[in-house]
Write a protein that binds this ligand. Structure first.
Ligand code: HEC
Length: 408
């Protein structure tokens, strides 16, 4: 028996040693220890979670050391300040003002650029990749309208992406003759003819056909859902529309869309997004509904001319198109188009300029199908200021085009 005493003593010492050692909180250089810890705590490495072992082990100690509770410590961490989202390394590569502009764009601080990135980077798409899903998507009401306005920057970005991802097969012009399909070059021959976007069928197809095909591909064409962000997909579609419009000699740009009438939000020059100039239309509706014979005038805030002459700038078209649409709706309404200038320069010259400008607006509306006898163009020169001509901001207000309802 005696010879076992030694062994028992050693075991006793060992057991008590393990007992001591098995559960110790972290301190100093010591990470702490626990007996069979994996029974009590997940040993999985979890992304974005602080999982220094002892933080999750010793509630009181962790609070003392980190100043946070276990719950707080197990929440997701924010990315390190200055982290660039995957795919936007371009920001890092640009310098100076360009970089600043891009950062602002990413943060959604600019209104004239449609490429702002949703914070979570993706938007769910629930239409399945089945024949049924495809048939549905191609005419799906929720895919009719492009959610982004047509902007110059957006089309530029859409073009870049299109050339990289689609043009190689569908052709830079959209005619289905990308360089991979080059008939003359057998090595470059692609096994299947890509779709020609310029046909009537494709031009008249709804945006759903494009969006769904970008998500999943079709036939031998693979999907591009992982290459293009939500917004980029829609910018590529805008660009394809612009190619189709060019082919039909129609307009598809930030000022005008004569290709299709699927509503696209546009960016007003004052920075506000107004779906279809509805503010102007709504106030006109009010005047027309008013039974009193009040004469009301409206200022067209977005009608611009080249300096010193009467030619309309392209960005005036949006508001004038709205006005033309309103006048088409109220078939009997007659309006006066009034041109006004600031006080700079000669009185008579101002009178002539304002009249010429009112006539430009009239001519534009006539070209949109409004009868000449419903439009009276008058120039008031500098005689009817609405603000002081002493300061530049006042002058800008005085240089304006107004219209008023002469009769309903
Ligand atoms: C590698 C070549 C290739 C590339 C790149 C490619 N496509 Fe295609 N695409 C095709 C082919 C081939 C078809 C015809 C598929 C079929 O009808 O079976 C097609 C068809 C289509 C269709 C018509 C779908 C239909 O129902 O008729 C659309 C829309 C389309 N592609 C959009 C795109 C867009 C947008 C991109 C760029 C993001 C793109 N494709 C990139 C080869 C390509």
């Amino acid at each position: 028996m005696r010879k076992y005493h030694g062994i028992i003593a050693v075991l006793a010492v060992l057991v008590s040693f393990i007992g001591f050692e098995s559960c110790t909180p972290a301190h100093g250089d010591h990470p702490g220890s626990e007996y069979m810890p994996d029974m009590g705590h997940s040993i999985a490495y979890e992304a974005n979670v602080i999982n220094e072992y002892y933080y999750n082990t010793w509630e009181d100690e962790s609070k003392k050391q980190s100043g946070k509770t276990l719950r707080e410590l197990s929440l997701h961490n924010k990315p390190v300040k200055g982290t660039i989202p995957r795919g936007y390394a371009g920001v890092v590569n640009s310098r100076g003002a360009d970089r600043l502009a891009k950062m602002k764009m990413l943060a959604g601080e600019t209104t004239n650029n449609a490429i702002s990135i949703p914070v979570n980077g993706s938007v769910p798409y629930y239409i399945p990749n089945t024949e049924e899903g495809r048939t549905y998507a191609y005419t799906a009401p929720e895919l009719v309208n492009n959610p982004y306005p047509i902007t110059e920057d957006g089309l530029k970005r859409g073009k870049e992406l299109y050339v990289i991802y689609c043009g190689i097969c569908h052709g830079e012009k959209g005619d289905g003759n990308g360089f991979l399909v080059d008939e003359a070059n057998l090595n470059a021959k692609y096994p299947s003819q890509p779709t020609d976007y310029l046909t009537d069928e494709l031009t008249n197809s709804q945006n759903g056909k494009y969006y769904h095909t970008i998500m999943y591909g079709k036939g031998v064409m693979g999907g591009y859902a992982d290459k293009l962000s939500y917004e980029e997909r829609w910018q590529v579609i805008h660009y394809i529309r612009a190619l189709q419009a060019k082919n039909k000699k129609l307009a598809y740009n930030q000022y005008e869309n004569t290709l299709n009438n699927w509503a696209v939000p546009f960016v007003d020059t004052d920075g506000a997004i107004d779906l279809d100039n509805s503010k102007l239309a709504a106030s006109f509706d009010k005047v027309m509904a008013d039974t009193k014979e009040s004469i009301s005038s409206f200022t067209l805030n977005n009608v611009f001319f080249d300096t010193g002459n009467a030619s309309l700038k392209a960005e005036s078209k949006l508001e004038l198109n709205t006005l033309a649409a309103i006048l088409a709706k109220y078939e009997t309404a007659k309006i006066e188009v009034a041109g006004h200038t600031d006080s700079d320069g000669d009185d008579e010259a101002n009178m002539a300029l304002s009249e010429a400008r009112a006539n430009s607006v009239k001519a534009y509306l006539m070209a949109k199908g409004i009868a000449a006898n419903r439009l009276q163009a008058v120039g008031y020169g500098e005689t009817q200021p609405v603000a002081t001509n002493i300061v530049e901001s006042g002058k800008a207000k005085n240089r304006r085009t107004e219209f008023s309802v002469l009769s309903k």
